[in-house]
Design a protein. Structure first.
Length: 757
């Protein structure tokens, strides 16, 4: 019978919080330490009714790897040092993932109603056991722990289409998920740049579609390519092996077969399922392509035959069918598509996409499975039984939950691990954005817009690892660790963003585990981090520096020279009231312990002034809020991370209050264009001036053609006008035109500093 935690709490007279911190991630729901020790030694035995279970063997092998101790397995052992795995009736643990871990005296006991619960208890125990070599005895603090997850979908995604990763690394990736009690692996197997799954009925999918004749090098904006043949795929036998490997670790593998868009690799193999007939080649560049599956009967037969083989390989409840970023260009000019719209009484191409998804859903449902797709499947009407994966913010997830459809949250703002996690200048090239550990940890998968009843439709969340700029297993690890640990605690339901520093301490203790396991992880958490705040008097800004380990050790300079141990000690935020360059680094015992942070401040009359926005920023690109436009920092054009603000389909409409009447000669706005990322220059930029903040006069305007003649910093001449209030309106490009990546979608408007001179 399992130990009753509350009984022990009531009657134990030696209950303490213990001297050693319990550095378990995700943090358990309830933990109490007791003033005693357990001895793990060569005489310790593992006790279980089923001595041949995977969990027993996994525990034995893991302890051997961590400590060198090789424990004996027995089916009964009542005295002496022992680790006991105990399966209880379901009535004791109704949630199959719940467990209880007790370390009391000479006995460790893990209780659960399923092997999955026991496995999670084992993972917790392994985090409590230190990594060492040739141990003769390890002392573990006595404790009692009750644990249960909050969310049922705790996932990680991996894109193997842009870059292919070998079978052994996929297994290792699954081990990483298991270490942090994740239970879902979303495997993105097909896309424009490569088809990675063997389909027996259609061998050309891998003979042709798995290989491309070159790849992009550098960032998309560079438009540079190599001509190296690149590719690979997984045989069905390899997939069976990986699925079985994951199942042992209680991880469900959810395959993604993209449709109707992101289909170029498939169409290069079988062009007859397109609207034009081709020919096509597997995509060498990143982004979105206009050629997609044509919704004709032959195409549905093709896709259904593929899905039939996929469903045989993957026992998951859900099959991911993509559904995102499907341009309608070919459908608009395709006679068959237009006839289908007419015959099926559809309103437009968006409803044609819904028709496509619903036909696929009927087939998948007939096989006893369900579909899940990216939030674009909401467009034109959601298929009856479909679940939604919300990536373009949380809006799609909110809409789906309100319609009583299940949702997995995966917004780019918090869950895209292809974004920068440290200062972009110090990081390998990434897609863009800025998502550090603290931001991941702040994520709440349940939007405040949902009622308690609607919130029940939030299955959980996952992080996505898109690999356009990640081409080695080591780089995947770097982008995943340590952010996976933060997400795991969010999804377990025990995160507390208000106490992030406590989590950070536990996280840093896990770096030793990563080192011992040979995991390549980011150390960006040790960087000297910076933040700009508005000065209370409205004069300039305050530059705040911080270190996860020792902020008192930060030294800085204000003249652009490199700091050393004798430079100015950082004690409070630095006042910025002019253009200057700050350099800072962390020093301990006169030795530099971090990379140098360099920040150049640009000065104008707008820096630090009050600013208001009419339209809200998109949550994915809203790191510093409106202050980012007047903080004196110019965004990096090659690494558009945290210094850029993004509007999706909306205009910039900003008003700056200078606090007093000033003479204004020019207004400067930094804008960005990267068409491959759907970022476009504004159609026009206008400047308005006012003395009362109510009545504005238009004083300067530039058209799109004039903006395009300038790279980045657009200057609007005002010619010595006096005003206290300056309004800047940058009109969003609008719908992306045909023939461009993302055609038919709303363009992004990226803006940064507004300068007033």
């Amino acid at each position: 019978m399992k130990c009753n935690l509350f009984f022990l709490l009531a009657f134990s007279v030696c209950l303490t919080f213990g001297q050693n911190p319990i550095n378990v991630i995700p943090k358990p729901v309830k933990t109490s330490a007791i003033n005693n020790k357990f001895s793990l030694n060569p005489k310790t035995v593992i006790v279980a009714n089923n001595t041949n279970s995977f969990e027993v063997k996994f525990l034995k092998e893991s302890i051997k790897q961590q400590t060198g101790l090789e424990l004996t397995i027995k089916n009964a052992h009542r005295i002496g040092s022992r680790i006991h795995l105990i399966l209880e009736p379901e009535s004791q643990f109704p949630n199959k993932e719940a467990y209880q871990l007790n370390i009391l005296g000479d006995r460790i006991a893990i209780y659960a109603s399923t092997n999955q619960g026991l496995f999670y208890g084992i993972q917790t125990l392994l985090q409590l056991i230190p990594f060492t070599t040739n141990a003769t005895e390890i002392k573990l603090d006595n404790l009692m722990m009750d644990d249960i997850p909050k969310f049922q979908w705790r996932g990680m995604h991996l894109d193997v289409s842009r870059h292919f990763f070998p079978k052994d690394f996929i297994k290792k990736y699954i081990d990483y998920l298991a270490m942090y009690k994740m239970n879902t692996f979303h495997w993105h197997l097909t896309d424009d740049q490569g088809w990675r799954i063997e389909i027996k009925k259609y061998p050309k999918l891998t003979e042709v579609g798995a290989w491309r004749n070159g790849s992009m090098t550098g960032h998309y904006t560079d438009q540079t390519f190599d001509d190296i043949r690149y590719g690979g795929f997984y045989t069905q036998e390899e997939i069976k092996e990986i699925v079985a490997y994951a199942k042992e670790r209680h991880i469900t593998v959810v395959p993604e077969i993209e449709m109707p868009g992101h289909a170029l690799a498939a169409l290069a193999s079988y062009p007859e399922f397109s609207c034009t007939g081709g020919p096509f080649e597997v995509g060498k560049s990143w982004g979105v392509f206009d050629d997609v599956f044509c919704p004709k009967d032959e195409t549905f037969t093709f896709l259904e035959n593929i899905l039939a083989e996929v469903i045989t390989l993957f026992p998951s409840e859900y099959i991911h069918i993509g559904g995102d970023e499907c341009p309608k260009v070919r459908w608009k000019s395709c006679p068959h598509c237009q006839k289908t719209i007419k015959d099926e009484k559809l309103k437009d191409e968006h409803e044609l996409q819904s028709y496509f998804i619903q036909r696929i859903e009927k087939f998948v449902n007939s096989k006893g499975r369900k579909i899940i797709g990216w939030d674009e499947i909401l467009e034109g009407g959601l298929a009856p039984n479909a679940a939604v994966m919300s990536w373009r913010g949380t809006e799609g997830g909110i809409a789906a939950a309100k319609q009583k459809h299940f949702v997995v949250m995966s917004p780019g703002s918090h869950c895209y691990f292809d974004h920068y996690q440290g200062e972009p200048k110090n990081e390998p090239i990434a897609f863009g954005g800025y998502t550090n550990v603290e931001k991941v940890y702040s994520f709440n998968p349940i939007p405040k817009e949902l009622s308690a009843e609607e919130s029940k439709y939030i299955l959980g969340a996952q992080a996505n690892v898109w690999t356009e700029y990640i081409n080695t297993p080591e780089h995947v690890e770097y982008m995943v660790f340590p952010r996976i640990a933060a997400l795991s605690e969010v999804l377990w339901g025990t995160s507390n963003p208000n106490n992030y520093k406590e989590f950070e301490k536990r996280l840093i203790s896990h770096f030793e585990i990563y080192d011992k396991k040979g995991i390549n992880y980011s150390r960006a958490i040790f960087e000297v981090t910076s933040k700009v705040n508005r000065a209370e008097n409205g004069e300039g800004v305050l530059f705040e520096l911080n270190s996860a380990t020792n902020s008192n050790g930060i030294r800085y300079t204000t003249d652009g020279s490199d700091p050393n141990s004798n430079s100015i000690q950082y004690l409070k935020p630095i006042e910025i009231k002019k253009g200057q360059t700050i350099k800072a680094a962390l020093f301990e015992n006169e030795k530099q312990k971090s990379a140098i942070v360099e920040q150049k401040f640009y000065w104008s009359k707008a820096v630090g002034k009050s600013i208001s926005l009419i339209n809200q920023l998109h949550e994915n690109y809203n790191i510093g809020g409106a202050l980012t436009l007047v903080d004196g920092l110019i965004g990096n054009r090659s690494k558009f991370g945290r210094d850029w603000l993004g509007f999706s389909g909306k205009d910039l409409n900003a008003t700056i209050n200078l606090g007093k009447t000033e003479i204004i000669n020019k207004v400067i706005l930094c804008v960005l264009e990267s068409k491959g990322s759907w970022i476009y220059y504004p159609k026009k930029i206008e400047v308005f001036l006012s003395n009362d903040g109510k009545n504005f006069e238009s004083v300067s305007e530039l058209s799109l053609s004039e903006i395009q003649d300038v790279i980045g910093e657009v200057v609007l001449e005002v010619n010595s006008r006096k005003a206290q209030f300056v309004k800047v309106i940058a009109t969003n490009f609008g719908k992306i035109t045909d023939g461009n990546p993302g055609s038919g979608s709303e363009a992004w408007l990226f803006v940064d500093e507004i300068g007033i001179e």
